[in-house]
Design a protein around this ligand. Structure first.
Ligand code: IPM
Ligand code: MN
Length: 355
């Protein structure tokens, strides 16, 4: 009997729906090859809906979404909507409400993909960033005092709870063990300046590591040094765990060294609830409808979704197909791929069927 998965699909803004369509194409090919049936349920959320109705993430929609194990998301961000409304209301709204406390972002350079790092290849760039996804500076804690005056004060607080930090660290330790590579977990922080937040992170890191993960080597790097090493010696890293803000920043750097936003995928994980998979790049409105955008990041997100659903063999097949498509494409950049968006999707779907 065929296995069945219900997947919520939010195409979202700009090129989001186009790249998601290619991901669905790839998943459907996987479905045929592995006897899996996907039931894709579309949700109309994003800038257009907001402009028409004023709704960003209605409670009724959230209630529906909570029933799914996985959400497949295209992109959020609309040129006619003030920055922050959709990003905070929709993307962060989903991440927080669905308690997707991990943002998992693999940084993996595939053969044939150009990296800006001189003399580095696929064997050098293969690590994973585990970004805390529910706390830190992203909670929106803070406020103004005397706003608009010469004495204005603006405060933005980083909230770090022992519970939130601990579950993130445990996820990272577990992942490091499961990867079974260098078995080294690097805590990326700023203990020399953020002496409250990263004191908690560092204490929890060593306590948990010593007690429950003696097989995993504990390593620490300040965030600035992490950026330096990611460029100079990316082969050093295995798994990096960090807070929400630092994770946001270093994963854009990670995306660049793995070949750009066209190929970088991520997953917002709630191991017990509803997880959400998305390309790391934005809605790229200027490319909407031009057939120039690279769908591989979205297809990579679909691959992560398969893995999360427990379909490891299917995920591996899809990754192999992505790698073969990379080998054919001239570039990962929009408009320079040598193929259109749908043609890249066709390539991947074809390779999925070939084994
Ligand atoms: C990301 C994005 C988001 C973030 C924005 C759009 C709110 O940059 O997914 O990395 O900061 O997390
Ligand atoms: Mn980001």
């Amino acid at each position: 009997m065929a296995k069945k998965y219900d997947i919520a699909v939010i195409g979202g803004d700009g090129t989001g729906p186009e790249v998601v369509a290619e991901g669905i194409k790839a998943l459907s090919a996987v479905g045929v090859a592995f006897n899996i049936s996907f039931n894709f349920v579309k949700f109309d959320l994003g800038g257009e809906r907001y402009l028409k109705t004023g709704e960003v993430l209605p409670e009724t929609v959230l209630k529906e979404l909570r029933k799914f194990k996985a959400i497949y998301l295209g992109a959020v961000g609309h040129p006619d909507v003030k920055p922050g409304i959709l990003e905070k209301g929709l993307l962060l709204g989903l991440r927080f409400d669905l308690e997707q406390y991990i943002n998992l972002r693999p940084v993996k350079l595939y053969p044939g993909v150009a990296t800006p790092l001189k003399d580095k290849g696929p064997s050098d760039i293969d690590f994973v960033v585990v970004r805390e996804n529910n706390e830190g500076l992203y909670l929106g804690a803070g406020g103004f005092f005397k706003k608009g005056t010469a004495q204005e004060v603006a405060i933005q607080e980083s909230i770090n709870t022992r519970f939130g930090v601990e579950r993130c660290l445990r996820f990272a330790f577990d992942l490091c063990r499961k990867r079974n590579r260098k078995k080294m977990l690097t805590l990326c922080g700023k203990t020399n300046v953020l002496t409250f937040a990263f004191d908690l992170w560092e204490r929890a890191f060593h306590e948990i590591g010593k007690k429950d993960y003696p097989d995993i080597k504990r390593d620490y790097a300040h965030v600035d040094a992490t950026c330096m090493w990611m460029v100079k010696n990316p082969e050093y890293f295995d798994v990096i765990v960090t807070d929400n803000m630092f994770g946001d920043i270093i994963t854009d750097l990670g995306a660049m060294i793995q070949g750009g936003m066209g190929i970088a995928a991520g997953g917002n994980i709630n191991p017990q609830g509803t997880s959400m998979f998305e390309p790391i790049g934005g809605s790229a409105p200027k490319y909407t409808g031009t057939g120039k955008i690279n769908p591989l990041a979205a297809i990579g997100a679909a691959q992560m979704m398969l893995d999360f659903l427990g379909e490891a063999a299917a995920a591996e097949r899809l990754e192999k197909a992505i790698i073969r498509a990379c080998g054919k494409m001239k570039s990962m950049s929009a408009g320079k791929m040598g193929y259109t968006t749908t043609q890249v999707g066709d390539l991947v779907a074809g390779f999925v069927g070939e084994k």
